[in-house]
Ligand binder design. Structure first.
Ligand code: MN
Length: 136
């Protein structure tokens, strides 16, 4: 795994992912970057959590039980009011169709599986430069 050099102390992340292994890998990377991570494993819980607490970042697996990641995102966008939640999709494939669909429902970006530490670090660095501290 790439060595993590960027940290985002206290950044609140909601990780929506139903597959345990992916959950653990992504959570580990986020915690190495000093993020505070909550987990939702299915759509209704994801929506409830997303609307109940001001997360800095929501990482949204598209294929989850209950309501899927696209629909959860649509509903967050309809209900978030003035606040804009940063939502990054987790896609199983990097197909252009998936990407377009993500952007259509209002996601801010997407990450293709399998999760790579470098890609996650890049996304956090781009969206949260003001919260970043760097170590060698
Ligand atoms: Mn899934």
């Amino acid at each position: 795994m790439k060595k993590i050099t960027s940290h985002f102390p206290g950044l609140k992340v909601l990780l929506v992912e139903d597959y345990f292994i992916n959950q653990e890998v992504t959570k580990d990377i986020l915690e190495l970057m000093e993020c505070e991570v909550d987990i939702a494993e299915e759509g209704h819980d994801a929506l409830k959590k997303a609307l109940s607490k001001p997360y800095d970042l929501i990482i949204m697996d598209l294929q989850i039980p209950g309501i899927d990641g696209y629909e959860v995102t649509k509903q967050i966008r309809q209900q978030e009011g003035d606040r804009h939640n940063t939502i990054v999709a987790l896609t199983a494939s990097a197909l252009d169709g998936d990407r377009e669909k993500c952007l259509d429902v209002g996601m801010d970006d997407y990450i293709s599986k399998p999760m790579e530490a470098g890609r996650l670090e890049e996304v956090l660095t781009r969206f949260f430069p003001a919260k970043m501290t760097t170590t060698k």
